[in-house]
Design a protein around this ligand. Structure first.
Ligand SMILES: [Zn+2]
Length: 151
């Protein structure tokens, strides 16, 4: 279920994502906001390659534990260990209650796998909040799905 405030917090997350450019490249400019009781506890955005992704940065700045916390992330948290650990796994370990994601990551290593990790851990996941805005802002930086062979 999408709450009306989900949209407001996702807007904040998108604004965080904009701060990531251009240092984050070639990684996509993702933003993350951690919220509890309708108050922002911490924010983050994609750091230069090899450093924190948005989720990891926001979690590292969280003053308290994640009990009752909702994470708003503009892109599906990564399911894979690349240069940094998986953000989906970091969110699970952190103990957040709920994750709201704007759009799925078309990167074939992710594309739903990050969402699955969260759901398998019993976290409530909402996908699609401000998806169009997120696609507009991040689309050009996302890995394109492989071309389908010509029919
Ligand atoms: Zn990540």
């Amino acid at each position: 279920m999408t709450r009306s405030t989900d949209i407001d917090f996702m807007r904040l997350a998108l604004a965080q994502g904009r701060l990531a450019l251009p240092g984050c490249l070639p990684n996509p400019p993702v933003g993350c906001v951690l919220v509890k009781d309708d108050a922002v506890l911490s924010q983050g955005f994609t750091q230069p390659p090899g450093q924190h992704h948005a989720e990891a940065m926001a979690l590292s700045r969280l003053p308290d534990d994640c009990y009752g916390v909702t994470a708003f992330v503009t892109l599906e948290p990564c399911a894979f260990h690349g240069r940094t650990p998986s953000c989906a796994e970091a969110l699970v370990e952190s103990g957040v209650d709920r994750v709201v994601v704007a759009m799925l990551d078309p990167d074939p290593r992710n594309s739903g796998a990050g969402i699955e990790i969260l759901r398998d851990a019993g976290i409530t996941v909402v996908v699609g909040v401000l998806a169009d805005e997120a696609a507009e802002e991040m689309g050009e930086y996302l890995m394109k799905p492989p071309e389908l062979p010509a029919a």
